[in-house]
Each structure stands twice: as structure tokens, then as C-alpha cells.
Design a protein around this ligand. Structure first.
Ligand code: DLL
Length: 436
């Protein structure tokens, strides 16, 4: 089913007309209400009236995560807090999170986008949607929840974790759609197998998975293990949350909600706009948002744009799977982790040096995450009491900043190889280059 044929199957010309009207309105709004944007535009010598065609988008400045950090917490909001009805946040590059706010209309538009995604995955009002994305500051849980409810489905707000209960409810409540990260879908599928439950005992038909990169191998395994068809859903908190784009039954790229977002791909180094089909960093301009509209937001996600007509009948531009990042962000067990966050914690301990290494791998379909760090000179690694007490404190601070735990290993000073050029801090052996 196509949820909103007017928006999703519009003629290109018609869609571009809508985009231009909404772009102009957005630019006026940010120029009036957000000092950073006013300054950036004045520096470039442009005013809202200079935007007269979609081509003019190129004249507008980019926005980065740093802009959000520098304006923490509410400086990029274009609506007063009295109009903001929800706040979400995601990892910042250092200690402070990236904060986003939604007006009532923003929440409605978000729900509309997600309802379109559910429809792509075969959902309708008779669906039973089990939301196993985390609820809280992360946009996954509440985002999927709002969209499923808006579609009219019966929503089970399970949140993530508690795998045995997920399975129990999935069986007894006859869930037809599962929403979670692909890695958690695998965990559920493994637990099902261990419990001797067959997919015939479930009513599950499809799953909407995203928030982290996943391989084609993982997709196959999830589909087989849960007896479903798996769909890829993309999004990021800064732009809205999940539902910016989603794959359809054709399973060939993700349809972008183009009446809400304008997508471009750029060369991350030169910032030159790339032609469709070329691999680059995807950049989004929100054209329907009130709370925190963002112009040309640099996502750091690498993919390509696909303008070709899709067999499903939707006419919207598709983005390919996410093929990598143009920065160093890691996604570990669905959580965004920046090496700089780890470094900022380590540097707060006089007992530690800044010689550290981050090791990410995969074992039994789960991400492993270790941090190895050298002790300061003269400190004894064999002083068990001291080391254990230190471990507790470092572990506590890392957990507080990252939101997930890691295996912490202390090393004697001088153990790690010293770099002769760029320090290689991260060793990621998950082999995620071959993705869905
Ligand atoms: O992960 C929003 C989301 C929730 C998307 C649930 C899909 C499902 P953030 O925590 O801000 O928001 O992380 C955004 O996650 O820039 C990508 O690098 C990555 N990401 C999101 N979806 C996908 C996907 C949510 N389908 C960052 N494939 C983004 C690969 C994804 N990477």
C-alpha cells in the first residue's frame, strides 16, 4: 500500500514546486529566528529573497554537528520553548549531546513519514507493531511508536531489551511487524532458535530495521531466522529521527520523503554537489520543520542518490544503503560513539595516558567493544586493588558519556605501538563494508 499517493507519487515538476515553496518558507523562518543562520547567511551575502529556485539551495551555507554543539542546548531552535512539545537528543562528538525539539506539527509530520514507511513494509491499521527500539532520548522508540499509532496499528511499546519477554509478547500478542536495530533483530532470532520456537508459531510478517549499518548477510539471516521480509529505515535525530527514508518491496534503495526533505550528495572534502548516482556524503535540508529546521545538514553518511523510477510506483528520489561515514563515528550496538568522547573521558584521569586503542568486533552476531589504555608512568599494573578501583571510576564515566558499557583493559606504559603518522585509534573488524 502507498500511504500518501499525492506526496509519494507526485510528478517531478509538481514536487519541485512544493519543495521550492517550502524551502523559501524555511529560509525565512531560520533567518528571522536563528542567529547562527542569520550570521552565516549575511557572511555569504545572501538574504531569504535571493532564494528563487531550487538551484539556489547551493548558495546556502552548510550546517554541521558543531553548529548544534556550539548552540547547545536550544540555540538552533526556530520556535520558542512554549511551542516545543518534545525534546530528543543523540550523541555529540564530545560530552554534550545534540539536542533537537519538535513542535506539535513536527510530531504530526514525523508520524506521517513513519506511517509511509510502515506502509512500504506492508503495514496498515490491522498491523500489530512491536516497537523494540529504545524509548527515551533516542528517536527510535518514540518515533516508530508515533508513526505506528498514526497509521492506526496496534502498538506494543516494548522498548529494547528483555528478549524473553519480546518473544513471549511476539507470540501471544501476534505481532506482525517488528521494529528494532538489525543487531537486536538477530539477537531475538537467536533466542527464538534457542528456545525451540519456530517461525510458524509467530504472526510476524515484516521488520523495519535501521539506526546502524547492516550487511546483506545479516539481512538474509534475520529474514530466515524470523521468517519475515526485512526493510531498511534511515534517519537521524538532527533531521527528524527514523523515517527520513525507507526501502520498499523492490528492495533497491530507500525512498526519501522529498516533500519534507531535500537531499543532495556532496564531495565531503571539496563540498562540491555531486551528480545523481555518484557516491558522496548525503546532505539534507528540512523543508517542513518548525522546531529545529536545518539547512544543508552534513550527515557524514556516504551513499548515492537514485533518481530512476521505482517498480513500486513511488516517484521519490531514493538513497542507496549507507556505505560508510566521512567522519569517525562508530555505531556500536546501535549507539553512536565518537572516539573523541572516549578521549575526553580518558584525559580526565591523571592515572591514564592518552595512549589508547578502541577495538570493535563482532562475536556471535553481537558487537564487541573494548578500550585499551595505558596507565601513567610509574603506576603499577599489578596493584590489583588500585587497578580495580580505577577501573570502576573510568568505567562509570565512560558509561555516563557513551550510554553503553565496554570492556576496559589497562596496559603498562609503553605497551601500545606508537604511531609514526596519524594515530590509528580504532580497530573495527566487523567488516561492514558489504551492506544491505
Ligand atoms: O539512529 C534514527 C533512527 C532510529 C533511524 C531508528 C532508523 C531507525 P541517530 O541516533 O541520530 O538517529 O543516528 C543517526 O545512524 O547518521 C547513520 O549513520 C545511522 N543510521 C541510521 N539509519 C541507518 C540505516 C537514528 N538504515 C545515524 N543504515 C545516521 C545505516 C543508519 N545507518
Amino acid at each position: 500500500m502507498i500511504w500518501n499517493k499525492t506526496a509519494e507519487c507526485a510528478e517531478r515538476k509538481e514536487l519541485e514546486k512544493i519543495q521550492l515553496t517550502k524551502l523559501k518558507r524555511t529560509v525565512e523562518r531560520i533567518y528571522k529566528n536563528v542567529e547562527t543562520y542569520r550570521d552565516k547567511m549575511q557572511q555569504k551575502g545572501i538574504a531569504p529573497g535571493d532564494i528563487t529556485s531550487l538551484e539556489d539551495l547551493k548558495k546556502l551555507p552548510f550546517t554541521t554537528k558543531d553548529d548544534l554543539r556550539e548552540n547547545y542546548p536550544y540555540g538552533m531552535f526556530a520556535s520558542p520553548l512554549s511551542e516545543i512539545v518534545r525534546i530528543h537528543a543523540s550523541s555529540g562528538t564530545t560530552g554534550k549531546p545534540t539536542v533537537v525539539g519538535y513542535t506539535r506539527r513536527d510530531l504530526e509530520n514525523w508520524a506521517e513519514c513513519i506511517a509511509r514507511c510502515f506502509a512500504m513494509a506492508g503495514g496498515d491499521k490491522s498491523s500489530v507493531v512491536q516497537v523494540a527500539y529504545g524509548y527515551g532520548l533516542f528517536t527510535g522508540g518514540l518515533g516508530a511508536h508515533g508513526g505506528a499509532e498514526y497509521m492506526g496499528a496496534s502498538v506494543i511499546p516494548m522498548s529494547s531489551g528483555n528478549t524473553q519477554k519480546q518473544i513471549l509478547l511476539m507470540k501471544d500478542f501476534k505481532s506482525t511487524i517488528l521494529c528494532c536495530t538489525p543487531s537486536y533483530a538477530l539477537t531475538i532470532s537467536e533466542a527464538l532458535k534457542k528456545a525451540g520456537t519456530t517461525t510458524d508459531e509467530l504472526a510476524l510478517e515484516s521488520g523495519i530495521f535501521g539506526a546502524e549499518p547492516w550487511t546483506a548477510g545479516m539481512k538474509k539471516e534475520i529474514e530466515k531466522g524470523l521468517g519475515i521480509k526485512a526493510y531498511d529505515i534511515y534517519g537521524l535525530s538532527e533531521i527528524m529521527g527514523p523515517g527520513v527514508a525507507c526501502s520498499c518491496s523492490e528492495d533497491n534503495g530507500m525512498h526519501i520523503m522529498e516533500d519534507m526533505f531535500i537531499a543532495e550528495t556532496i564531495d565531503p572534502k571539496t563540498e562540491e554537489v555531486l551528480p545523481y548516482g555518484e557516491k558522496g556524503e548525503i546532505v539534507f535540508t528540512t523543508i517542513g520543520k518548525e522546531g529545529i529546521p536545518l539547512i544543508r545538514y552534513r550527515t557524514r553518511d556516504i551513499c548515492s542518490l537514485m533518481p530512476e523510477k521505482c517498480g513500486c510506483g513511488r516517484t521519490t528520489l531514493r538513497m542507496s544503503r549507507v556505505m560508510g561515514r566521512s567522519d569517525d563515528m562508530l555505531i556500536i550496538r546501535g549507539v553512536n560513539v565518537f572516539p573523541s568522547q572516549i578521549e575526553s573521558v580518558i584525559s580526565g584521569f591523571a592515572e591514564l595516558t592518552l595512549n589508547y586503542k578502541i577495538l570493535v568486533g563482532r562475536k556471535d552476531n553481537k558487537d564487541t567493544f573494548e578500550v585499551h589504555v595505558e596507565l601513567a608512568e610509574g603506576l603499577a599494573i599489578d596493584d590489583i586493588k588500585f587497578v580495580e578501583e580505577l577501573r570502576k571510576r573510568v568505567d562509570h564515566d565512560l558509561r555516563a558519556v557513551l550510554g553503553i558499557g565496554c570492556t576496559l583493559r589497562f596496559l603498562s606504559e609503553g605497551t601500545l605501538p606508537r604511531s609514526e603518522g596519524k594515530a590509528v585509534r580504532v580497530e573495527d573488524t566487523r567488516n561492514l563494508s558489504e551492506r544491505v
